[in-house]
Design a protein around this ligand. Structure first.
Ligand SMILES: Nc1nc2c(c(=O)[nH]1)N[C@H]1C(S)=C(S)[C@@H](COP(=O)(O)O)O[C@H]1N2
Ligand SMILES: [Mo]
Length: 168
């Protein structure tokens, strides 16, 4: 299969999937799967300490729990040629993380033993050690495996605004 067949197409993907609005998380590579809260809770879980470091220098470390990114990528058959994962939030915040960094990440729904949704207006978050705070997407709703050619600029697939007032 060609790369176009096996990966999300960032330029043409209009994300008009009818039930994207109801699924808590959509994961996409060779296949596409949607998870609601219960389905996500049924997957293998890990706990990891991660530090959120903002460009402002502000930082905080916590114990996060959730589903390893590797688990989700396996579920959807992410091809060996995957170079990046694109992560998108409910509010349209979009970043691209090199696969080597994303592989240590988790889709967390718990922080310090308490559900994220209890303390924030979102229930899922991408966290990974060594990834800049601005790429630790809150309210994660979509995770896609991408195979970018060496001359494709991953930054072009992002729309991060480091100083979005509603998130800090
Ligand atoms: N959806 C979403 N996720 C986001 C942001 C955002 O604006 N929207 N801001 C990012 C930035 S710039 C930082 S530093 C961290 C802040 O996370 P914290 O509130 O846990 O410190 O969240 C990141 N995740
Ligand atoms: Mo930030």
């Amino acid at each position: 299969m060609s790369r176009a067949d096996t990966h999300a197409r960032p330029d043409t993907d209009t994300r008009t999937d009818a039930d994207d609005g109801t699924a808590l998380l959509t994961v996409r590579a060779d296949e596409r799967r949607r998870y609601d809260r219960a389905a996500l809770r049924d997957l293998p879980r890990v706990e990891r300490r991660c530090t959120v470091v903002c460009a402002t220098g502000e930082r905080h470390t916590a114990r996060w729990a959730g589903v390893p990114v590797t688990e989700l990528l396996t579920e959807v058959g992410a091809p060996p040629g995957t170079t990046h994962v694109r992560l998108e939030s409910r509010d349209g915040y979009r970043v691209c993380v090199p696969i080597r960094d994303a592989l240590d990440g988790i889709v967390a729904d718990t922080k310090e033993g308490a559900p994220l949704a209890e303390r924030a207006d979102y229930g899922t978050r991408f966290v990974a050690p060594g990834v800049d705070g601005e790429r630790l997407v809150k309210g994660l709703r979509r995770l896609e495996a991408l195979a970018l050619a060496p001359d494709e600029d991953p930054d072009r697939l992002e729309n991060v605004t480091v100083d979005a007032p509603e998130f800090g």
